[in-house]
Each structure stands twice: as C-alpha cells, then as structure tokens.
Design a protein around this ligand. Structure first.
Ligand code: FRU
Length: 506
C-alpha cells in the first residue's frame, strides 16, 4: 500500500519540481541560450563572415555550475544560430576568456590551409584554490576544440587570477594578454610571440572604481572622433557599477605601448559604461569588419542572476553596441549605439508621428505594435514646461478601473535634477528585495533636445540617450498581459519632435 502511494504521488512530486516554462519572457532579438544557464560572453571574434559568440554556460542545469563554453554564430548580430557546446568542462571549469584567429600560424597549431582559432581562458579548479590560464585551438572555425597538452600556459599558483583577453599589438608585432588579479584591483599584462609562452610585461590598477573585485579586462585601441591617425586605448574592467553594491563596468582612457597601460585621467576619475544594473562582463569583438568596435555584454547582475525566473533558460546578452570615443567638454568619453541590423522584412510594422505637444499622459492604443513587448522607440523631445516626461512601458491597468496602473516601467527625464531614469519599482515580478529600484544618470544637454532610443524585448529595457552618450540597461519581468505603451508628462508640456516605433516581434 505504501509502495502504491509513493508510486501514485511520484509524478506529482517530480512535476512540482519542474518550473513552468516562460515563453512570454523569451527575448526576440537578443541572444539567449536555448536551454540552461549562461553568463559572460567569451571569445568574441569575427571570422569569414560570421560573428562568433562563445559564452559561459552550464550545459546541464538552469543555474551556474559545470562551466563550459557554449557557442553561437551570426552574420548580422541579431539572428543567432545555436551550435554545439564548444569547450566542455573536464577536471577544471572553463571560465571566461577570449579567442583570436592566428593568421600567421604563430602558434603552429594550424593543420589545414585555413588559419586556426586559439582560445585563451581561465581554468578554474573549483576547489577555491587555483585559477590558471589555459589554451585550446580549433581548426574547424570554432566547432571543435583541442585542449593544449602543455596547459597551463600561465600558472602563478594563485586562487584568483582570471579572464584573459588577448589582442594582436601591431606596433610591437606581438600578442598581448590582459588578465586580472580580482581582489588586488589589478590588470596584469603579458606578451607572447606564439600564444603559448607568455612574459609578464606590466600591470595597472588600484585606481578608478574599487568597491568590488575586478573581472573581465579588455584593451581596445580607439580612433578619437573617428580619426584613425589619432588614437587612444580604452581599458574596460567589470567591477562595481555606478550603483553601490551592484556590478557594472568602468573604463579607463589612456596609452598602451605594448607592455603596460597608462591612465590619462587622475586615478580618482571613475568612468562608467552603463547606468543600469544589468550590463556586465562585456568585451569587444576582435577583427570586426571595417575596423568597427563592437561591445557585447551579459544582461544580468550577480546580485540576483540566480533568481531570474525564466525557464528553460537563464541569462541573455545585451544588445551589441557600436562604440566610439569622442571629445566632449569633460574629456574623451565612450559613446555607445545599439546595433540593430534589421532583416529586410517587409512586415516590420513601423509607426511614426511627428511634431506634437504632449500635455498629459497619452496611451498609444489601437495598435498591435506593443502586444509582444518587443519593439524599439526612437523619440526626440524638446523641453517645454514639463518637470518630468517620458515613456511608460509594459503597463498593465486594473481591468475594473483604467485609471489604476498595476504594472509599468518608466523611462523618464527629471528636468530639475537633469536625470534620465529607468523606474522598475512596479515593473512586474520583483525577483529579489534589491531588484525594485530607480536607476538614474546625470544628463545635461544643449538646445533643450533629448533623443532616446529605447529597446524593449520582453524582459529588458535598454536606453541610449543623445547619440549614445548614456546607456542604461534594466531587466524587467512584466506579466504577459502588461503591454500598454504610453507617453507621459508631469506638470507641464513637452514637445515630441519625432517618434518612430518599430515592431521587432518575430
Ligand atoms: C564574471 C565572472 C568571471 C569568471 C566567470 C565565471 O561574470 O565571474 O570573472 O571567469 O564569470 O563564470
């Protein structure tokens, strides 16, 4: 009898343990894994017409663990083809790292006529005692990888030593690796002629943002104001972001002579990449066409990544960004614009409306455009008397009382404090205590014009302001039926010079 009871109840118990699938939160035009956990992008490299995206992946579970490298490719950075697991765990976990195409076969690993790909990554011994740098190579465009028998290529017998990012340094004709001592707030530089033997050449650190450990460094040479004859180096470091206790990214602007980095700003200067809470571990693409600089990051935060309620996947990438370095009155600054190469698809519905004055909240209804919470709004505001204005996304109203808003995410601008903000306090499911918040970025502008590009994709909102001067990324978890879109203004008027909304649902 007891046996029979267990038998009858078994399916009930096992079923109760499997979370419900959440297709209504599956991003349409952002990369997410088909199944199971992902975090950092790894090995971003463009080769023979394809953007490769490797990523931190748990192939077995919807939580962090069994770290391995997943793999996907894309020709346009919007549509991704999922490929089999690239580098699986073995006795060590395969932590973050980078990939280069070894065009001159400096490593000697090439077997056919095509150059091979070489990955440098951190092997984490998952005993808390050691991390070392390993190498693997691929002679079939990143599909299968051979782990180098001479691993580790760098081993300092240290517990925390990770995230190698490798570039080819043209001027000194050598490979350069940036890698971190996370708890010492240091980026260490190594050089190599063959990707196998590395010599320590310099270090940089103990400046800028240091509230949290340093991870995922990346060096990139950037033309100033688009002039390739006049360049500076950017050094990206993932660490604490603008918001206390939350991860984010900072960058340093300076010189790199092939051995070490020199900051051009005073050590206390802190420059942040994104003003939301969900942009981390981004690295640039290597060898992108036309010398374009493309930054891709993980769209989540270690503060609550495990509580993200999506199933059967957990984790997604932010939209790839075209980055530039521009002169501003405050100095050289990073600008970021989303790359959204839309497929020539006739039925992308576009709604346009120009030159109108808004004096109260206005719901844009009568359109199916917002039904899927997957669209882009390009809008230009001209300040008038309003104290606060902007967009309300993924709204849900009380069925009985349309005046009562149950859910909404606000993308607004507070005129008095000159702050652009995303308010997700009522955005839907609050996945952890520290999730409900308002993220703010100081943004002053000339000629009273605020231009926003707002990307909504099911569980995320990304805001790019005034040609990419400010970027803000936030996850949200609205109800499936929270799909009203409104423009709002508080205490006065604002002019909408132009507004274009593109439906990006598939
Ligand atoms: C950053 C990070 C890296 C590490 C990886 C492990 O998010 O902590 O430092 O290599 O994730 O998954």
């Amino acid at each position: 009898m007891k046996k029979l009871l267990i038998f009858l109840l078994f399916p009930f118990f096992t079923h109760a343990q499997t979370p419900k699938e959440t297709p209504h939160w599956r991003p349409n035009y952002h990369f997410s894994s088909q199944k199971n956990w992902i975090n950092d992008p790894n090995g971003l490299v463009y080769y023979q017409g394809k953007y490769h995206l490797f990523f931190q992946h748990n192939p077995f579970e919807n939580k962090w663990g069994h770290m391995s490298w997943g793999h996907a490719v894309s020709t346009n950075l919007v549509d991704w083809e999922h490929l089999p697991l690239a580098i699986p765990e073995d006795s060590v976990w395969i932590f973050s790292g980078s990939v280069v195409v070894d065009k001159n076969n400096s490593s000697g690993f090439q077997t056919g006529i095509e150059p091979c790909m070489v990955a440098l990554y951190t092997a984490d011994y998952h005993d808390g005692k050691k991390e070392a740098q390993y190498l693997a190579y691929s002679n079939d465009k990143g599909t299968t990888w051979t782990k180098y028998t001479g691993n580790p290529v760098i081993d300092l017998q240290m517990a925390d030593f990770r995230d190698p990012h490798v570039i080819w340094h043209e001027k000194t004709s050598q490979w350069v690796m940036s890698v971190v001592f996370p708890k010492e707030f240091k980026v260490i530089f190594y050089t190599s002629k063959n990707l196998k033997n590395w010599t320590r050449s310099g270090e940089f650190g103990n400046q800028g943002e240091m509230r949290k450990i340093w991870e995922c460094p990346a060096l990139v040479e950037m033309p100033i104001d688009g002039n390739p004859q006049n360049t500076k180096w950017l050094l990206f470091v993932s660490t604490n972001g603008v918001h206390d206790k939350f991860e984010g990214m900072q960058y340093f602007v300076g010189e790199f002579d092939g051995t070490t980095f020199k900051n051009n700003n005073p050590p206390e200067t802190k420059l942040y990449v994104d003003y939301g809470k969900d942009f981390y571990a981004a690295i640039p693409y290597t060898d992108a066409p036309k010398n374009q600089k493309i930054l891709l990051g993980w769209m989540s935060s270690w503060q609550y990544a495990d509580a993200v309620p999506t199933f059967p996947w957990k984790g997604q990438m932010a939209i790839p960004r075209n980055i530039t370095l521009r002169s501003t009155p405050q100095g050289l600054r990073l600008f970021q614009e989303p790359i959204l190469t839309l497929k020539p698809k006739k039925d992308y519905l576009i709604f346009e409306k120009n030159n109108f004055v808004l004096s109260k909240e206005k719901q844009l209804s009568g359109m199916n455009l917002f039904a899927n919470n997957s669209y882009m709004v390009e809008i230009e505001f001209k300040l008038k008397s309003a104290k606060d204005f902007g967009l309300k996304i993924a709204q849900k109203k009380d069925e009985k009382d349309n005046e009562k808003t149950l859910q909404e995410t606000i993308v607004g601008y507070d005129v008095n404090s000159h702050q652009l903000y995303i308010d997700r306090k009522k955005s839907g499911q609050i996945i952890k205590d520290n999730f409900a918040s308002i993220e703010k970025a100081f943004l002053k502008f000339e000629d009273k014009t605020l231009k926003l590009k707002v990307l909504v994709d099911k569980l995320s909102v990304e805001v790019f302001a005034n040609d990419g001067q400010i970027a803000m990324t936030s996850l949200i978890f609205p109800d499936e039926k929270a799909n009203i879109f409104s423009l709002f203004t508080i205490k006065g008027k604002v002019k909408v010079v132009s507004m274009k909304i593109t439906d990006l649902s598939k």
